[in-house]
Design a protein around this ligand. Structure first.
Ligand code: GLC
Length: 756
């Protein structure tokens, strides 16, 4: 095996925006994207085209650097990049010279044949968070991971890899933060000092460049903001997709779908979405409907629409090998499928049996895929679930000689699912006109947030999976994915009624709230667990709907800054050691105001850590002093949820779906606190892209305890709110303050709560 370590600098040049340093082994290309984002690309093939699935930004046009005998220094207002010349070593410092992260002096960047490995120094107190959908602890120090998108059916608590690749982590040490994104789609490796005697950590990939972006902003939130600036942010989701979603593999006929949907309405359990899993298709042929069981798709979708349900249908990439099937015939004729090196179409087996795999890396194939959705959009499908796109083939071992155009599978596998979801998004967005499509995908790569929501695949109906699942949600949030769900109740197996209730309570505080179960599982709808449990489940789903104004505004924040909806406490309380403890690492903020403590089904009390500040229990308004742990009651009827002092949370009355107009009253809840706070309230029609042309309604709501008032700024945007009244609900204030109601006028509104 050939082994080499990057050695001395032989030449230094500048090409437009990029500094080029040549060594005997490689070219090191450095460019500045912003004062806090630097790209370093160490390549052995300097002249090949520079492409990325993830990055949507360009470097700044001018680059200046200083050179001394020993080193090159690039200064930005926030960072200092110091490149030692002999041997070549890269280090990042804050502008005032404090070390953030650097190459390991001995091994730095090295190659073993085509495999590239970057060894990096670690600090004694250094923690690592991120990498998206990865099992294990919040703090990833001492763990190692592989990125190789895999259909991880039956995954367990320590299974790696899973379905997605997000090669981005954040390092935390000495009161400092930094981030690193390795933009390489080959099988990649992240080892956070797992077996190195704590001497170094390493990242690497089977081949390709050591192409990384370094982030030097000084809060986790700012790093996420920069990472999503570089790789894009999510659009506003359709409001209905934030409602309750009911799924199953599968509701077997149009009649059954309608019966389940009606079941929600009869029982007055709010819901917005129902799914068709693979059995709606004819012989699992994508873009077809089963001729018997879903004979008249338009009719049944219209009936669903009449009771305010949206339909989401599944699509898999595998196109059944069958002459006379439109997508097969067209794909073969036009050469749209993955091939062997001799040009034969690759065949793998999935649900339909023998299948070909569209080459989603080609624009014409994406176009073709996108237009094929007309058989779904015409009858009225609104959401498109992309599954099996790691890609999966039975026995999970697609030969490495399979090609997508010029590229072999191992080079781009990790981006396949992303390109499928992109084709789905772009195609359905065109077909739906001005309506927002909802796209959900299982496989993903960095930048996925621009096109789709994700869920965490085939989990299991156990308490451990409930806890792990929410850690996955939070970790995905660190890597730009704000719109994330897990199969509530667990995909495989049957949850006990207690577990179902608990998981559903947590679903209320999960960005995407979808109940899903596998084929052999017992029926899983809210009314299958007895009347008492049904009542609790109903109440929790109602709570989700009450919170929609808050949740929608939080999604707006995600669309503007990349801030996730479900946030590990490591974002806001980065330097508080307790948030990384195993006992508390599952706790999270749901938006800016609510702290949620997931609890297993068999516990009726919970040990909760509340960070600095004051907190109120949401269900009782009981006040707690932060910086402490508490043993709190956690009956099945009351998941421990705490509100941050000073929080402003807009709520609404309970509706049966997001299409329901409601009573026109916004309930503006404020919890007493001693510092001024503010909240950006956002609303639009929830359905179209008109918000891009000014049809939104936005106002900042501020709470000022010193002056004892709440101010609602004048409205920005041309949309008219669905709330014509605002009711103020005070928590933790002098109980002589009465609830107040005001008209929701466009101008500034000042509400004084002083007791005279
Ligand atoms: C895969 C998906 C699962 C789906 C099933 C059938 O296992 O992860 O969600 O129900 O396929 O389509």
């Amino acid at each position: 095996m050939e082994f080499k370590i990057i050695s001395n600098t032989q030449s230094i040049n500048q090409h437009n925006d990029t500094l080029l340093l040549n060594t005997a082994e490689a070219q090191v290309q450095v460019s500045v994207y912003s004062s806090t984002v630097i790209r370093v690309n160490i390549t052995t093939q300097a002249n090949k085209p520079d492409t990325s699935f993830a990055v949507i930004r360009e470097p700044l046009p001018d680059l200046s650097y200083e050179e001394t005998l020993q080193e090159i220094v690039i200064n930005t207002t926030a960072l200092q990049v110091r490149i030692q010349k002999d041997p070549l070593r890269v280090a990042f410092y804050t502008a005032d010279g404090v070390l953030l992260s650097k190459d390991d002096d001995r091994f730095a960047t090295a190659w073993q044949d085509a495999k590239v490995i970057n060894h990096r120094s670690v600090q004694p107190d250094e923690k690592f968070i991120g990498l998206g959908e990865k099992v294990g602890n919040l703090n990833r120090r001492g763990s190692a991971y592989v990125n190789w998108n895999t259909d991880a059916a039956d995954y367990q608590l320590l299974t790696d890899p899973l379905y997605k690749t997000f090669p981005f982590y954040i390092g935390i040490h000495s009161g400092l933060t930094y981030g690193l994104f390795l933009d390489n789609t080959h099988r990649s490796y992240f080892d956070f000092a797992a077996s190195t005697d704590n001497q170094f950590m390493w990242i690497g990939a089977d081949a390709g460049d050591l192409n990384y972006y370094f982030f030097g902003a000084q809060t986790v939130a700012e790093i996420i903001k920069d990472y999503t600036w570089l790789t894009g942010r999510m659009e506003m989701p359709p409001l209905w997709s934030l409602g309750y979603q009911q799924c199953r593999w599968s509701y077997m006929s149009a009649d059954e779908v309608l019966e389940i949907a009606q079941g929600f309405r009869d029982r007055q359990i709010p819901a917005d979405v129902i799914y068709c899993d693979i059995d709606y298709m004819q012989d699992f042929k994508i873009f077809t409907w089963n001729k018997e069981t879903f004979a008249r798709p338009k009719d049944f979708i219209n009936q669903l629409k009449d009771i305010n349900f949206k339909l989401v249908t599944i699509v898999d990439p595998g196109i059944k090998v069958e002459q006379g099937y439109q997508q097969y015939d067209e794909g073969v004729e036009k050469g749209y499928f993955a091939t062997y090196p001799n040009g034969e179409n690759y065949v793998g087996e999935v649900w339909p049996g023998r299948c070909h795999y569209p080459d989603f890396f080609r624009e014409d194939v994406r176009e073709w895929w996108g237009t094929s959705f007309n058989t779904l959009t015409e009858p009225g499908v609104d959401g498109f679930w992309n599954d099996m796109n790691e890609p999966s083939a039975w026995n999970q071992n697609i030969p490495p000689i399979v090609k997508f155009g010029d590229q072999f599978m191992p080079e781009v596998r990790n981006a396949y699912g992303m390109q499928m979801a992109r084709a789905t998004y772009e195609g359905t967005r065109k077909l739906l006109g001005n309506k927002r499509p909802f796209v959900l995908t299982r496989a993903a790569y960095s930048g996925m947030q621009r096109y789709s929501a994700v869920w965490t695949g085939d989990n299991a109906a156990t308490d451990e999976h409930l806890l792990l699942g929410h850690r996955l949600v939070n970790s995905l949030g660190l890597t730009g994915m704000a719109f994330v769900g897990v199969d509530i109740g667990g995909f495989a197996g049957n949850p006990s009624p207690e577990l179902m209730v608990r998981w559903n309570s947590l679903g209320t505080y999960t960005p995407m709230f979808r109940n899903h179960a596998m084929k052999e599982a017992d029926m899983r709808e809210p009314w299958r667990f007895g009347p008492e449990n049904e009542a609790i489940i109903k109440k929790d789903i109602e709570q989700r709907y009450r919170l929609l104004p808050y949740l929608y505004s939080t999604f707006y924040e995600a669309s503007q800054t990349g801030m996730p909806v479900s946030r590990t406490l490591a974002i806001d309380y980065t330097y508080d050691k307790s948030v990384y403890f195993e006992d508390y690492q599952n706790q999270f903020m749901f938006g800016d105001a609510l702290l949620v403590a997931p609890v297993v089904s068999y516990a009726h009390t919970a040990k909760v850590y509340l960070p600095q500040g004051a907190w109120y229990r949401l269900s009782s308004d009981e006040r707690y002093t932060g910086g402490n742990t508490y043993e709190v009651d956690a009956p099945l009827t009351d998941l421990p949820v705490f509100v941050k002092a000073g929080a402003i949370i807009p709520m609404q009355n309970i509706v049966q779906s997001t299409a329901d107009a409601g009573d026109g009253v916004m309930q503006l809840h404020v919890w007493q606190g001693d510092k001024p706070t503010s909240f950006i309230y956002y609303e639009d029609d929830g359905n179209t892209y008109d918000y891009e042309h000014g049809a939104f309604y936005k106002r900042t709501i501020s709470f000022d305890p010193a002056n004892q008032e709440v101010t609602i700024c004048a409205v920005e945007g041309s949309f008219v709110s669905k709330y014509n009244k605002i009711t103020m609900v005070w928590h933790g204030f002098d109980n002589r303050i009465a609830i107040q109601e005001v008209d929701n006028v466009q101008d500034k509104i000042v509400i004084v709560y002083k007791i005279q």
